[in-house]
Design a binder for this molecule. Structure first.
Ligand SMILES: *Cc1c(COP(=O)(O)O)cnc(C)c1O
Ligand SMILES: [Zn+2]
Length: 408
């Protein structure tokens, strides 16, 4: 890879060659992929992008850690819509608000970006089996992308994972284990199995390439905004890989000169499970917390990527905000009704954070903000129905219908 220099530990700084199956540093720290931005600048600019027809996450290939001759192996991921939402901007009292709807990806979450990268790298490295643990979406997206790529999967999810995600996993033919325990215990079991059997590891906090897939969401946001960087990008945070990826993508675009300032990250967690925001706000090292939120995708009491996440929030001069489950439920209904974008609970948590910051008067009047919807609401129908209630029931009788809606 001419565009990649090496992989560097975010904890101790030790450097490693960027082998396709590299995992974490000897010290346990997470690796970051280091790029040769001067070289990339000679290959990638606005004119090149304008002529490019590739309309997937691989559009920014010069900024991705794959060999020049590698064919991407997963589903059609990325280039999700960025909707301007003036009514939401008005409610928030800001200049402009955009919704980046990553729930439209093939398995309906942003995790497809990491999984498409994972299966591509697994094949580059010559593996036939790939494994991960996940709160649900990383798992279902890995299973779907692996099915497309012809790889076998071993997957571990907490038994609490919503049915929609389990249905996806079973349909895609994963060797699925629903672990009776927390996400932490799920992760530990997957780690023991992967260590023993030597499968390709799609655990995002261990495999440094996965965040490189996730970062493409930020590349797209920049291009969709005509390379004028927004002031803030809001994202929900669990393990911390997504927020770190978003920051990395913005950093890439800045380093190759495609945007001229770095947006500030708004990191949103659930009040009942917010170890990363707590660490940033207190300045203390992070501490494990209970997993007390119904937003299952971000119910992560022991974050696996706290270093990169905390760095991303701090380096961008970011803002942390925590929201209650009721605020998440309200944001889910609000966003769906106001914009037509139906996100799963963790998918709308960023927007819940913006609504809260606005109520607290913490959003500048003229700000341009992008809120990322990280997963689709159809993944978790039970909690959605609980939030909105049942529909009006009616016989085939016009007057009964009229009376139910007060239409006389
Ligand atoms: C995984 C996920 C997140 C958070 O990503 P992390 O890398 O765990 O911080 C947010 N929303 C959804 C829908 C997710 O699936
Ligand atoms: Zn290290």
């Amino acid at each position: 890879m001419k565009n990649v220099i090496n992989c560097r530990c975010v904890k101790c700084g030790r450097e490693y060659p960027a082998k396709p199956d590299i995992t974490a540093c000897e010290c346990g720290g997470i690796l970051d992929v280091i790029y040769d931005y001067e070289y990339i600048k000679t290959k990638l600019n606005k004119e090149v992008l304008k002529k490019r027809t590739e309309s997937t996450m691989w559009r920014y290939r010069e900024l991705l850690p794959i060999e020049e001759e590698t064919e991407p192996a997963g589903l059609r991921v990325g280039m999700s819509p960025l909707y301007e939402a003036p009514a939401v901007a008005a409610d928030l009292g800001i200049g402009k608000l955009y919704i980046k709807d990553d729930g439209v990806n093939p398995t309906a979450s942003l995790k497809d970006r990491a999984s498409a990268m994972a299966v591509t790298k697994a094949i580059e490295a010559g593996y036939d089996t790939i494994a991960c643990s996940s709160t649900g979406n990383a798992a279902s997206s890995l299973a779907g992308n692996a099915a497309k790529a012809g790889l076998k999967t071993y997957i571990f999810v907490p038994a609490r994972a919503p049915k929609g995600k389990i249905a996806q996993l079973m349909m895609f033919g994963a060797n699925l284990t629903a672990v009776d325990g927390s996400y932490e215990e799920t992760f530990e079991l997957s780690k023991a199995a992967i260590d023993k059997y030597g499968w390709y590891n799609r655990n995002a906090a261990i495999n440094p390439y996965l965040g490189e897939g996730k970062k493409t969401v930020a590349h797209e946001i920049c291009e969709q905004l005509d390379f004028i960087a927004p002031d803030y990008v809001a994202v929900s945070v669990g393990d911390g890989c997504t927020v770190a990826g978003v920051y990395k993508g913005l950093y890439d675009m800045y380093m190759v000169g495609l945007i001229d300032k770095l947006p500030r990250i708004i990191s949103v967690q659930a009040e009942g499970c917010c170890p990363i925001n707590t660490a940033v706000m207190s300045g203390e090292p992070w501490q494990p917390q209970e997993e007390n939120t119904y937003a299952d995708s971000i119910a992560v009491g022991v974050p696996r990527n706290p270093d990169k996440a905390i760095n991303a929030i701090k380096d961008s001069d970011g803002i942390c905000v925590n929201v209650s489950d009721d605020e998440i439920r309200a944001a889910q209904r609000y966003l769906a009704k106001k914009t037509g974008v139906f996100g799963e609970p963790a998918g709308v948590t960023a927007t819940a954070g913006l609504l809260k910051l606005s109520r607290e008067g913490r959003l500048p009047k003229d700000a341009t903000i992008v809120s990322i919807v990280t997963g689709n609401g159809l993944k978790d129908i039970d909690s959605a129905i609980k939030s909105v209630g049942e529909p009006v029931h009616c016989k085939n009788d016009l007057s009964e219908f009229e009376s139910k809606f007060g239409l006389f």
